[in-house]
Design a protein around this ligand. Structure first.
Ligand SMILES: C[S@@+](CC[C@H](N)C(=O)[O-])C[C@H]1O[C@@H](n2cnc3c(N)ncnc32)[C@H](O)[C@@H]1O
Length: 199
């Protein structure tokens, strides 16, 4: 089944205050100050990572299919006038993204079903500028969601690495273990990926 957006709204409300995810923190550190460059956050949720990008001087283009995200981001847009654009859009309808020095997606991109994922991946590859940074959590084939029939894109290690072809792989960590989740312990199979398009 596909996770409905009212469930994502509940999830996002519960995660509006939390620490920056470690991968996101490392990605931002590696990418350096935004200095007016554009960052894209795909499936941005309540905007914890968007806030960090804005604080680091990035212009931010955020997309999410949960309509409640706009309200989460509104205070950030007020604090950083003119540099945050939010698009309420489903992944399947994202046909282009702005040229970006940073593309980030934490625990969101895999929720695109395989054909949508493939199209969105092509859009991401086209948007990432030379020298640009990419960071995301991608799901592996042993993830509990797959056994439970959750519609998402589950990749083998080789497939995940193949997506990064031609980019410098800076981090590729594989988690394949039980860990906590919003609804209790679950088996996570996740690739924690940071890569850079050569300049
Ligand atoms: C697990 S949450 C992650 C949110 C945030 N990036 C974080 O790290 O907390 C997944 C996010 O992806 C969004 N999402 C899931 N499927 C989507 C789809 N098909 N189109 C657009 N957004 C989607 C949800 O609304 C949700 O905000």
């Amino acid at each position: 089944m596909t996770i409905p957006f009212d469930e994502w709204a509940e999830y996002n409300a519960s995660r509006a205050v939390r620490d920056l995810r470690p991968l996101s923190a490392r990605l931002l550190e590696l990418a350096g100050p935004g200095e007016g460059r554009t960052a894209v956050d795909i499936g941005c949720g309540a905007g914890v990572e968007v806030a960090a990008m804005l604080a680091a001087g990035w212009r931010v283009h955020a997309v999410d299919g949960d309509a409640t995200v706009a309200a989460h981001l509104a205070p950030l847009a007020e604090r950083h006038p003119g540099v945050l654009e939010f698009r309420h859009v489903e992944f399947g309808a994202v046909e282009e993204l702005p040229p970006a020095g940073l593309v980030h997606s934490s625990y969101a991109l895999p929720y695109a079903e395989p054909d949508v994922f493939a199209r969105l991946w092509a859009v991401i590859r086209a948007a990432l500028e030379p020298g640009g940074w990419f960071g995301a959590h991608l799901f592996g084939v042993n993830d509990a969601g797959r056994a439970e029939g959750e519609v998402a894109t589950y990749l083998t290690r080789a497939e995940a690495l193949g997506l990064l072809d031609g980019w410098e792989v800076v981090q590729f960590e594989e988690e394949d273990a039980v860990g906590p989740s919003f609804v209790g312990p679950r088996h996570w199979h996740v690739f924690h990926v940071i890569a850079r398009r050569p300049g």
